[in-house]
Every structure is written in structure tokens, then in C-alpha cells.
Design a protein around this ligand. Structure first.
Ligand SMILES: [Zn+2]
Length: 238
């Protein structure tokens, strides 16, 4: 599927907007954040960036846990690997955010059902098939069939930049000793019965983005920096 995204230089934001959904990625200075289980966001700064009035933030722990908001957003910070929101009436001001480094994220949505979700797409979560678990949960708990779900696979490290351990080749399909996380996530979406024509994939790689280019992602592989993080987000349109 054709992938049309826009870069907003003023907001340092790479995003696209369609089908009643806005989704994108930005890079933020991690030094404003506190690390560990108890942490806080520079919310004002984030709000200026993304202009939303409420948010739920996912910080991956590589433990394959899923947080379900179910219209209840009293918790704002989640140490889990997937965040699922299903509101009886979709909330245009709700923003789901995931902190990612070089790993891709899978964003799911069906605006008419009030569904949006973020799955952290690290190899750990591919091994335990987090995508299938989340799609199955959405189906059983919210009666939304996989064929009705749309998906984006958002920027993540490409197969040339991902340096997996040898034992990973036993779990993930590899070509020429290289593993394509995006392709693995795409296959898991298909295995979970999400329709191919409803899956979009961004070919951007953080490690391949360049200073001075339109958008400069943080990449641990490229810079080794721990001070900056990428934030993937999804929200309903107003
Ligand atoms: Zn790359």
C-alpha cells in the first residue's frame, strides 16, 4: 500500500493523517525524563509537539504484557509491551505514545470501533508473537475481527543495521544472515488474519537517517546516545 507521510519541520515531527487517524514519530530529548519504573514525561513539551490534551505512555519492558485502557485513562504510564485503547466513543484528544529506540512499532486502529493500539516491535516481542496476542485479545474482548483492523508498521531499524545474536536465527526467518524486523512483524500481522491491503509499512530506518536531512531519528546503533528517544504516537482525528 502506498505510504504518504508528511514531515513538519516546525514541530520536528514525521507523521501522516488518514482514515480518521493521525500517527507519527518524533525524537525527544531523553534527559528530560526520569528513568526507571517511576518516571515522568515533559508533558508540556510533548503537548506543544503533539497538541493533545491527554495521553497514555508505553515504556517497553520486553515482558509481552498488554495494557488495556478500555476507555479508562486514569493511568497514564505503562511498563508493558502493548497498549490497547478501545473507547465506546472514540476520544479525539487521547494520544497513545510509545518510547522506542531502534525497534519498530506496530500501530493498530479502527476508528469507527474506537480502537487504537501500539505494540512495541522488538525481536523479543516477535519471538513471543505479541502481535497475534494483541489481535486475538481485540477479537475476543471487543468483538472486532482481524479483517476490520488496519495496521501501520512504523519506522524501525532495517535489516542492514540490525545486528542480531546468532541464536536468534533459530527463531526468526533470516535472509543472508540478516533479520528484517518489519518483514517479521508484517508476517505476524498476516498470520493474525489482518488483511494485507490494510497493512502499511514505513521503510525509514533510524540508523540511516542523516543529520541535516528532513528528519533525524535517534538511533542507538548510529550514535550510541542514551540521551534521546524516539516517540511513536497514534491518535484519533478531532
Ligand atoms: Zn538501516
Amino acid at each position: 500500500m502506498k505510504f504518504n507521510a508528511t514531515f513538519s519541520k516546525d514541530e520536528d515531527l514525521f507523521y501522516f493523517s488518514q482514515n480518521q487517524i493521525i500517527a507519527g514519530i518524533t525524537t525527544i530529548n531523553f534527559s528530560d525524563w526520569k528513568s526507571g519504573d517511576e518516571y515522568s514525561l515533559p508533558e508540556e513539551k510533548l503537548m506543544q509537539h503533539l497538541q493533545a490534551s491527554s495521553l497514555a505512555v508505553l515504556r517497553s519492558r520486553h515482558n509481552s504484557r498488554i495494557a488495556v485502557l478500555n476507555g479508562n485513562t486514569e493511568r497514564r504510564y505503562f511498563s508493558d509491551d502493548a497498549l490497547v485503547y478501545v473507547g465506546a466513543e472514540r476520544s479525539p484528544d487521547l494520544l497513545l505514545v510509545a518510547m522506542v529506540s531502534d525497534e519498530p512499532a506496530v500501530l493498530l486502529f479502527n476508528a469507527s470501533a474506537g480502537l487504537c493500539a501500539i505494540i512495541e516491535g522488538s525481536w523479543e516481542n516477535i519471538v513471543v508473537d505479541s502481535v497475534r496476542t494483541v489481535v486475538s485479545l481485540i477479537q475476543t474482548r471487543f468483538k472486532l475481527a482481524p479483517a476490520e483492523i488496519s495496521a501501520f508498521i512504523w519506522p524501525g531499524i532495517c535489516r542492514d543495521c540490525f545486528k542480531p545474536e546468532r541464536d536468534l536465527f533459530n527463531y526468526l526467518k533470516a535472509e543472508n544472515r540478516k533479520i528484517d524486523l518489519r518483514a517479521n512483524l508484517h508476517r505476524q500481522l498476516l498470520d493474525a488474519k489482518v488483511k494485507d491491503e490494510r497493512i502499511q509499512s514505513a521503510s525509514l530506518c533510524p540508523a540511516h537517517s542523516r543529520q541535516g536531512a528532513d528528519f533525524f531519528f535517534n538511533s542507538e546503533v548510529r550514535s550510541g546516545s542514551a540521551d534521546v528517544s524516539n516517540l511513536v504516537f497514534i491518535k484519533f482525528k478531532d
